[in-house]
Design a binder for this molecule. Structure first.
Ligand code: ATP
Ligand code: MG
Length: 246
């Protein structure tokens, strides 16, 4: 019970409790239908997924189950046919192409199976690229890129071109490029798919470290032993998802 304030004496106003942060991903009833000529195919058939900031989630499922479709939707590379997708609380369905591109550039760090590095540029130039569209000065871009490469353990390989790096190192450059803009989440589609076991371990170790540092990570993989490294596993089957019991 609160005691009444004596007349003339104002009680301090309690600070309002800040609202809990919105989940990074909130997908509700997500459906995606592909239309090929007169044929339509429902690749996502009503998917709910909620991922909080700092979670490390693996998405696993057989070929053709809808993993890449899900990743394209979550990465704002494609939009749902119906249902709602909120990214850090913002309804993505309401955005036009220009806004979607801005969201992709600032909120999501992509990593793919093929590293997609520009072979004529050095590691640090590759990592600087996403910052070019941010209106940052040259020196600031360079400093952020160097910091990102140091974070992935490649501070001594700044000037190497991709061809002068191992597969695991190239994928780490790709992770540095994904991280450099401070995205809300890292979206990695089969990041170890092209790597030998040593480089796979190198990349999985990096993911562990990023998770420990509080990053939000969504990892799409075919491989059960890769998925087992994540704290949470979501299984996609025939366009539906189910959580693995822990
Ligand atoms: N652009 C498209 N047009 C028509 N059908 C498509 C298109 N993209 C995907 N599909 C179909 O949607 C289903 C899901 O495809 P998706 O690429 O999401 O699967 P996946 O789980 O990523 O498979 P994989 O493990 O082989 O990469 C498949 O049956 C596929 O043939
Ligand atoms: Mg796929």
């Amino acid at each position: 019970m609160t005691a009444a304030a004596p007349a003339g004496l104002a009680l301090p106003t309690p600070l309002p409790t800040p609202p809990p942060p919105a989940p990074v991903i909130e997908l509700v009833g997500g459906r995606k239908t592909y239309q090929t000529g007169s044929l339509s195919f429902e690749a996502l058939r009503g998917v709910d997924l909620r991922v909080e900031a700092g979670e490390y989630v693996a998405v696993i499922g057989p070929s053709g189950s809808g993993k890449s479709t899900l990743m394209h939707v979550l990465g704002c590379l494609d939009v749902l046919t119906s249902g709602t997708y909120r990214l850090t609380g913002h309804d993505v369905g309401e955005l036009d192409e220009v806004d979607l591109a801005a969201v992709r550039n600032t909120q999501i760090g992509f990593v793919f199976q093929q590293f997609h590095l520009l072979t004529s540029l050095s590691a640090v130039q590759n990592v600087e690229l996403p910052l070019v569209y941010r209106g940052l000065g040259r020196a600031e871009r360079r400093a952020l890129a160097v910091e990102a490469l140091e974070r992935v353990g490649l501070g001594d390989r700044l000037e190497n071109r991709p061809g002068q790096l191992s597969g695991g190192q190239q994928q780490r450059v790709a992770f540095a490029r994904a991280l450099v803009g401070g995205p809300a989440m890292i979206l990695a589609d089969e990041p170890t798919g092209n790597l030998d076991s040593t480089s796979t371990e190198e990349v999985l170790g990096l993911l562990d470290a990023l998770h420990a540092a509080g990053r939000t990570i969504l990892l799409i993989t075919h491989e059960a032993e890769v998925a087992a490294r994540a704290a949470r596993v979501v299984r996609v089957l025939d366009g539906l998802i189910q959580e693995d019991a822990r």
